[in-house]
Ligand binder design. Structure first.
Ligand code: PNS
Length: 160
């Protein structure tokens, strides 16, 4: 029987409740879901990649078919190596669509056999992004309902 493996790539700095909502949806649709953290040299990260991976592993523990990994270089190369059939991306609003469409089309040009699948998180997360979480965190604003409690704790420990 065909087993569908999907990659859910991103920066996850930090993982938010919006990401978790998508991971839960993806874990139901696909046989296996790999949450893949991009190992990039971002200018001003809040968390290191190992810290992000550790938090992701902790908060995705409830889903037995979800795995957390790190990748660098081209996403389609990584997906080919993992023998993935799909890339999962979240779309919160129309404004996300243009950039996501460009990426999906470029990825399709490079690897026509891998499909990008877009899913919408719950509308209650439609305004939520890691970038805004980092900003609110650095300004000591409230993070309840935006990130899992474990991430909130780690943020508190980091920005005090
Ligand atoms: O959560 P993000 O930061 O929006 O995720 C962006 C990500 C990691 C999916 C994208 O930057 C990516 O795939 N980078 C890997 C390099 C690559 O393959 N670039 C070409 C994309 S068309």
């Amino acid at each position: 029987m065909k087993q569908v493996l999907a990659i859910y790539p991103g920066s996850f700095d930090p993982v938010t409740n919006g990401h978790l909502d998508l991971i839960e949806r993806g874990s139901k649709l696909f046989d296996r879901l790999v949450v893949a953290v991009l190992q990039n040299l971002e200018k001003d990260p809040l968390f290191s990649v190992p810290e992000r991976v550790e938090m992701l592993r902790e908060v995705t523990r409830p889903w037995a078919n979800v795995e957390v990994d790190v990748f660098d270089g081209l996403l389609v190369e990584y997906a080919r190596r993992r023998k993935a059939q799909a890339l999962l991306r979240g779309i919160r609003a129309i404004s996300d669509y243009e950039y996501e469409l460009q990426m999906a089309m470029m990825n399709r040009k490079m690897e026509p056999n891998i499909e990008t699948v877009f899913m919408m998180p719950s509308v209650k997360y439609s305004y939520l992004s890691s970038r805004l979480v980092r900003e609110v965190a650095r300004l000591h604003g409230p993070l309840k309902d935006l990130v899992p409690p474990l991430v909130e704790e780690r943020i508190r420990a980091k920005v005090t």
